[in-house]
Write a protein that binds this ligand. Sequence first.
Ligand code: SF4
Length: 543
Amino acid sequence: MDSMVNKYTANRRLRSEDAYSPDGRHDMRPEYPTIVYSKILKQLFPDVPVILGGIEASLRRLTHYDYWQDKLQKCILCDAGADLLIYGMGEKPILELARQLSEGVVIKDIRDIPQTVYLSRREEIPGGIREDDIVLHSHEECLKKKRSQAENFRHIEEQSNMMHAQRLLQGVDGRFVVVNPPYPPMTTEELDASFDLPYTRQPHPKYKGKRIPAYDMIKHSVNIHRGCFGGCAFCTISAHQGKFISCRSKESILKEVKQVMEMPDFKGYLSDLGGPSANMYGMAGRNKKACEKCRRPSCIHPQICPNLDTNHSRLLDVYHAVDALPGIKRSFIGSGVRYDLLLYRSKDEEANRAALQYTRELIIRHVSGRLKVAPEHTSDRVLYLMRKPSFQQFYEFKRQFDRINKEENLREQIIPYFISSHPGCREEDMAELAVITKNLDFHLEQVQDFTPTPMTNATETWYSGYDPYTLEEVFSAKSQKEKLAQRQYFFWYKPEERRNIEQSLRRIGRPDLISKLYNGNNRAEHHPQEPRQEKRGRNRRHK
Ligand code: SF4
């Protein structure tokens, strides 16, 4: 998680708990710790190379919008005073860096390692500015023109997700930030070797006896792959891990599951077998040559690429092998499931059968009573800007979910996640979201206000007012008042919200929605085209 998201809420308020600190203390880490710690290290040991890595540095490798200061910030190297930055997952660059340093190469001469970023004077850029380099608008130009920042972001995202990317250069303070292209995605053997290192699976011994909230969440979970080809506009994964999936072997996954089983507090329940998205394991383009040239930020938006092999068989094989281990009572899937991949019907009949089987097994064996999915919105226009599938697909998935629950005599719930104030979302879209989700008999709880985090398509749209790809103008709710006006619709069912919502609906010229939300005795209305959610006794929410 980004250090600033971990520290502050979407309203820029200090969070009550720091998920990564002992006992959740929120006063143990400064703002922008990478900058603060690097400066201290450089003061104490000016001759020792300082290399930045991790999410905070990775997502600040070029000029980016900083929501907490409400301004554009330079590449983090400028403020941190460090020598080099490694972005993305660092295993390969750090090994190469260690090799060169151990051979006596001085840090200022290490300029050729993929996935690294450095500051350089123009005349010292290796090979000079080449024809195949992409020279972005300088930081100073971006400060003057928001559209330049939007134009830059398209290149940044494309190059972060290409198999053979170009070098990116950006002028700042009379120098250039040089971003070397990333390494190719890790092979299974390479990823296995990384996961097979002798990790203790424990927090630092210094924190013995203390509770680390983030550790509690992940200690009985196993990561099975990296990368995500969803390309959601508000997500940072594509800038950090990229869209190509790197998978661990089944053997490596089983080895780690067995380590978890030996943990003293393990009771037979794995909390997650997942990755950035739960069900992309083993998926890739069939024609690799096409993927090598591809610039799409998403393999599944606006349509699922016909070249993408969406077969869930390899993933099912992993689930079956894990569940067959004596001592595993249940393996849950806590990572987000892409239901558009489950609904997709390709020409490959085996893949279609595997998707149906996966859906059924997921619901029967891997859900702890509540399946969390992320439609994120109900407006197809907003969903398009989010790079998410049409809300019709949620209806379809819910139909399947309800049918399987009925057939198997289960009482599971589907828990949808939604976002307010995403670029392109107007108050009216939220009002309609309230009516649509009411008709589905949902009282929403998993909701969030859009937080502009560094280096996402949505953040740069929100800041600049332009879609980085089309350069069309996009509205965003920005002020606290506008954001709260959107957010209130999530909670239409709370008596204390009703008055404000009714006033707002009149103000935006949609009084017709008042009766749709608050008809008669305030019971949920039945949507004419959609099945009503079954009454589920004790599992039914908010009743
Ligand atoms: S060609 Fe298709 S499968 Fe391959 S990377 Fe591009 S979108 Fe993804």
